[in-house]
Write a protein that binds this ligand. Sequence first.
Ligand code: CP
Length: 320
Amino acid sequence: MRSNQILTEVKKAQGKRKISITDLYSISQLTEGDVELVFAVAKVIKKAVNAGKKDLGLLRDKTTINFFSEASTRTRVSFELAAKYLGMQAVNVIGGDSSRKKGESWRDTAQTLAALSADFLIVRDSENHLQEKLAKIVKIPVINAGDGVNEHPTQALLEAFTLREKFGKKPLNYLFIGDALHSRVFNSQTQLYKKLGYKLHLAAPAKLFRPAITGVKSTTNLDTALVDMDAIHVIRLQKERVEAGFVKSLGDYERDYCLTEKRLEKMNKGGVVMHAGPVMRDSDISSEVLENPRSLVLPMIRNGLVIRMSLLWLLAQKKK
Ligand code: CP
């Protein structure tokens, strides 16, 4: 597949449609049409990437800056590769090594990066709603790669795309397991899945429920919650929650909530397992489940690359 052929196919998938946003800081910004558009372009891009293309040449002479103040493997590397596969330059800044450490404000940092001719600013930070504020300060698109316990919108999109590939538009019975209270992925996913008509459930210790998010049926009993589920998302167990008393002990959590093969038998035949990563092997999900063909953990990571490419392409077509 040559670059001009890929461009033709991407434009054909897009048609006359444009994404309605100029920045992405929350799933709530996206219309259902936006989600379908991101998926349609990602599908075409995935075909080219699967055919071995690593330079699609769709966006030349542009630069992304990935500014990550918190640890990341999947999100940071896939945003970097997404930019490079599209033909862009990508610059990575680790927050702790930047002039933020000398006390530079976020406003000045963002304006500095925009002045250096960045075309996109991709940010992960522990401050809730930071990217929404930055989007109002700079004239380049700002993308949220995770803000505190608030949102992680591209993670939700890549997971929904993976489910779309497997189940089509079927409204799924969907179960989260674990720490919803501190999970930004949970917050983004619940908003997206409501748009897609999924029925949402949560199994977790009661202290880790998230009552502020409505439309999720919560229980402490994982074994009953698994029955009739089409998809399960295991939320990472953050071990500091055990120390902070949200969970009685690690041993109790593993006994009551670790997703094992025996537990997997209770969900629907053909049901699948997701995890945003990093996984806590044999604490939140067992090694056997990760090796089970129902696990979509690795395909999700692959889809993260093409979803981020699609998003960058679509935002590049908009004037902010
Ligand atoms: N899913 C996710 O955000 O993983 P990273 O922290 O490795 O980016």
